[in-house]
Design a protein around this ligand. Structure first.
Ligand SMILES: [Zn+2]
Length: 212
């Protein structure tokens, strides 16, 4: 099976959103085995955001709907976008209720060696547009869905208030636009605001149809 890994490697050298706890692994050696303690931010690398990331009484990552994170997904190529993804960039794709949508932008082609703050992000209006459609999942190829430092938090709130799962930090450098089977599962941290996840895409053969 052709599986495309769209997750970032979790290593102390990975690029981080400023202020995030970098991963620290400490090996504890027993007589017959090794197990490690892990310290890291909940929003590092490829990860999901839970409603309580932005809503004080929102649910945690353990309550995200699993069906939003497994199933058919559409990757849109928005590599031409220069700063923000606007409604016009999405409208032409006739996005439907319940779809899982992933956007490939020039963030992927710039590479992920170092953090850059002028990444492509989702505009507040476009987030509202996707929220009203009622998609199931939105994924973007950078560490945040919103513009760095912006007071407009709608890219988070408009999606999370409707329980739309947000995947951030996807690595879509090897992915072409099209339909895929998607699996991206965060760990079951109770009440936590986010969690790193392993995300994969499986290309679908032409003509192969699977329910959304
Ligand atoms: Zn996040």
């Amino acid at each position: 099976m052709n599986i495309i890994d769209i997750s970032h490697a979790i290593t102390p050298k990975m690029p981080l959103y400023p202020g995030s706890q970098k991963p620290v692994f400490r090996a504890m050696r027993g007589k017959t085995s090794v197990s490690s303690s892990i310290l890291m931010g909940s929003h590092i690398g490829t990860h999901v955001d839970a409603p309580c990331h932005v809503f004080r009484l929102g649910s945690g990552v353990d309550e995200l709907p699993l069906e939003s994170m497994v199933g058919m997904c559409r990757v849109l190529d928005l590599s031409y976008v220069k700063e923000a993804i606007h409604i016009e960039d999405l409208k032409k794709y006739k996005i439907q209720k319940g779809e899982r949508i992933m956007v490939k932008t020039k963030n992927s082609s710039r590479g992920f060696k170092n953090f850059f703050s002028d990444y492509i992000y989702l505009s507040g209006e476009a987030a509202q547009y996707l929220g009203k459609i009622g998609i199931a999942m939105f994924g973007i190829d950078y560490l945040s869905v919103k513009q760095k430092g912006s007071a407009d938090n709608r890219p988070h709130t408009e999606l999370l208030k409707r329980k739309i799962v947000i995947f951030e930090g996807l690595n879509l450098v090897k992915v072409k636009a099209g339909k895929y089977f998607f699996v991206g599962l965060p760990l079951k941290f109770v009440g936590l605001d986010g969690s790193p996840a392993r995300a994969i895409l499986i290309p679908m053969k032409v003509g192969y149809k699977i329910k959304l």
